[in-house]
Write a protein that binds this ligand. Structure first.
Ligand SMILES: [Fe+2]
Ligand SMILES: [Fe+2]
Length: 390
């Protein structure tokens, strides 16, 4: 019996669960089912999750017993930056111009010329409607970043409580500060530079709830540091490369410097533990990683945005069911996750069940990329401001 089994009640001796049991539908590509889940904000403005995981004191205060975590902690203390004063908030952002400039810079017409919109309301959209689409797209995306960062803030505060090792508690404490700063800067950017907020995406919400409610401390790491933050790091990288807006570019670069460390923290912490887990315990981690991957893929359909644009669900279904190049882009977002799952032994445990799932999703080729324990950004000296990363 390992310490991660504490208070855990189900799944002691089951086989792999079906897609229906794990994600609520048998066919991963059942787009109508994915579109039917739309995020809504609670009317009283609060969302409560009951946390099942016991908080744990340790009486072993020996700093550096886990040398790599200790090194990461020392780096993290010097890597702090100030979201209020280190970013050029006086930059003027004209959202319409940015949307048009981004489209032009990326050879990516605002209008989806390669998508067949015949018979949908998009057929009648004029330039103004497409511009609104570009703007709402930004509002939606940055809103999801902000909510996801709050998820990371809560998850990492939970890790401070639940992880048994002092070096990990120390490191996690620095990440709590990082995440507070990330929520702060995305919120400020939305309020001051963009033109509207969206509620948390329904699929991402299901995932964050599952991560926070789980009774096993390592599941917080697996769900947040490996899966959610692994995907966020890739997504921030794309937006950073794509955007023509200098404030957002700088903001994302600073956030990415922190996220690289967070993902490395996840891999370094879980590596040790996963070597000791039984086959059935590893199977449960594989299933959780799979569920997380599907939830994150599902959220990319931007359900809340289509609703606000008043595009009927049948039309959305028609539009998002085509567009193979957007599918390729979605797969690229798993480029950080797959090598880390491999490093943790999760691709190949249980006869390669998870390897099979990522093969089906078309993302298995990323297994050959380097994992996050080798990420130079994670172990860099000094703050991104002093390093003048751009
Ligand atoms: Fe973050
Ligand atoms: Fe993070």
């Amino acid at each position: 019996m390992t310490d991660v089994e504490t208070a855990h009640t189900d799944g002691a001796s089951h086989g792999m669960r079906s897609n229906a049991e794990l994600i609520g539908r048998e066919d991963i590509n059942d787009v109508a089912a994915v579109l039917a889940v739309v995020g809504r904000q609670e009317t009283d403005g609060r969302h409560l999750v009951t946390d099942q995981c016991p908080a744990e004191f340790t009486w072993d205060y020996e700093k550096g017993a886990r040398a790599k975590l200790d090194k990461l902690y020392e780096k993290a203390k010097k890597a702090q930056w100030n979201g209020q004063t280190d970013l050029p908030w006086d930059t003027e952002v004209d959202q319409e111009k940015v949307v048009l400039a981004n489209a032009e810079a990326n050879n990516d017409a605002l209008r989806w010329s390669d998508t067949d919109v015949a018979g949908t309301v998009l057929e009648k959209w004029d330039e103004k409607d497409w511009l609104r689409f570009g703007i709402e797209n930004q509002n939606w995306l940055l809103s999801q970043f902000m909510h996801g960062e709050q998820g990371a803030l809560l998850c990492t505060a939970k890790i401070v409580e639940t992880v048994p090792w002092i070096d990990a508690k120390y490191y996690a404490a620095t990440q709590v500060m990082d995440e507070a700063r990330h929520v702060e800067v995305f919120s400020k950017y939305l309020d001051e530079k963009l033109s509207g907020h969206y509620p948390l995406n329904g699929h991402l919400g299901l995932l964050l709830d599952d991560i926070l409610a789980d009774s096993r401390w390592d599941m917080t790491y697996l769900g947040m540091q490996i899966m959610v933050e692994g995907l966020a790091l890739a997504a921030f990288g794309f937006i950073h490369a794509m955007t023509t807006e200098p404030l957002l570019k700088q903001l994302l670069r600073y956030v990415m410097a922190d996220e690289a460390r967070h993902v490395a923290f996840g891999v370094l912490s879980l590596q040790e533990l996963y070597q000791e887990l039984s086959a059935s315990e590893l199977r449960e981690r594989q299933e959780f990683a799979f569920e997380a991957a599907i939830r994150m893929k599902d959220r990319m359909l931007m359900q809340e945005m289509w609703e606000r644009l008043e595009v009927p669900p049948g039309d959305v279904l028609k539009i998002v069911s085509q567009a193979p190049e957007r599918d390729d882009f979605q797969i690229l977002l798993f480029s950080k996750i797959v090598p880390n799952l491999k490093k943790l032994g999760l691709l190949d445990a249980a006869d390669g069940w998870l390897r099979g799932k990522f093969t089906e999703m078309g993302a298995i080729a990323f297994e050959h990329l380097s994992d996050s324990t080798e990420d130079a950004d994670a172990f860099a000296d000094g703050s991104p401001v002093e390093r003048q990363v751009a």
